[in-house]
Design a protein around this ligand. Structure first.
Ligand SMILES: Nc1ncnc2c1ncn2[C@@H]1O[C@H](COP(=O)(O)OP(=O)(O)OP(=O)(O)O)[C@@H](O)[C@H]1O
Ligand SMILES: [Mg+2]
Length: 248
């Protein structure tokens, strides 16, 4: 069975979606079969890969209308897209029996077909994120190197502890990494040092630098390796992918 990894941080705009797409594409280029699952009602991951308002999607699957059906993006890379209706899912599913396990059930049926399943979480800690944490083996947390970035993390760690205790004992935070890194800023280095002293080995050595190509690629509807192989963004996500593979 493939590794199921939720990419989460309830802080918005920290690089969750960018990381899910480009780690996924990086792993796919290394010959791993990857399933991306978009459970963010903003559907940014789906839009960034040019899959817009697609049916079937994760909303219908969570509602029990059909199973998990993936779209092929490129060699080794597949996507279960989100659609706008997902915005209502948290409320619609809140009275459902076993509502925390809906995604786990859907993914379990599929996970043996893939080496990695990467779940792009919304910037909140509601039922969709709880579903991702219940389904996942591991959590990756992308962070910006800002003072407030660290302040918010306690809430996320608290939720992970609760999910571990009540719903998914094997869940672990295994990867924390800095995105939009600017080495000229002193604070960036301070945050990196603080992270390493708190989380030790869990912090990836690779830092994803600020790179305009990473922000442009979604407009072109593709990952950074397809968009601009020579960019710092492609280099950094390539390094991060290597680090992820080396840990296995
Ligand atoms: N390393 C980077 N360099 C430059 N721009 C980046 C980088 N990483 C992400 N961005 C841009 O920053 C914005 C936020 O990134 P992204 O959408 O990946 O964050 P997110 O955590 O998924 O956001 P949300 O919380 O809304 O889901 C996007 O416009 C993205 O293109
Ligand atoms: Mg996002």
């Amino acid at each position: 069975m493939g590794k199921i990894i939720a990419i989460s941080n309830h802080k918005g705009g920290v690089g969750k979606t960018t990381s899910a797409i480009n780690i996924g594409a990086g792993l796919a280029l290394k010959g791993k079969k990857v399933l991306l699952v978009d459970i963010d009602p903003q559907a940014n991951m789906s839009q960034s890969l040019n899959i817009v308002d697609h049916n079937p999607n994760i909303y219908g699957a969570l509602k029990g209308m059909y199973g998990l059906e993936a779209v092929k993006i490129q060699k080794n890379l597949y996507l279960v897209p989100a659609a706008g209706e997902l915005g209502g899912a948290e409320i619609e599913l809140s009275a459902e029996a076993g509502r925390e396990f809906l995604l786990k059930e859907l993914i379990e049926n599929q996970a043996e077909k893939y080496d990695y399943v990467l779940i792009d979480c919304p910037p909140s800690l509601g039922l969709l994120t709880i579903n991702a944490f219940t389904a996942a083996h591991e959590i990756f947390i992308p962070m910006q190197a800002q003072y407030l970035a660290l302040q918010g993390i306690g809430k996320l760690l608290g939720l992970v502890e609760k999910i571990k205790k009540r719903l998914n004992p094997e869940l672990e935070i295994t990867g924390i990494f800095i995105t939009q890194f600017d080495r000229r800023k002193v604070l960036n280095r301070y945050v990196m040092d603080t992270l390493e002293s708190h989380f030790g080995e869990k912090v990836f050595k690779t830092r994803i630098r600020n790179n305009v190509a990473l922000a442009e690629a979604p407009n072109a509807g593709c990952d950074i390796f397809t968009y601009q192989q020579s960019s710092n963004g492609a280099f950094d996500y390539g390094q991060l992918t290597k680090e992820i593979l080396k840990r296995r």
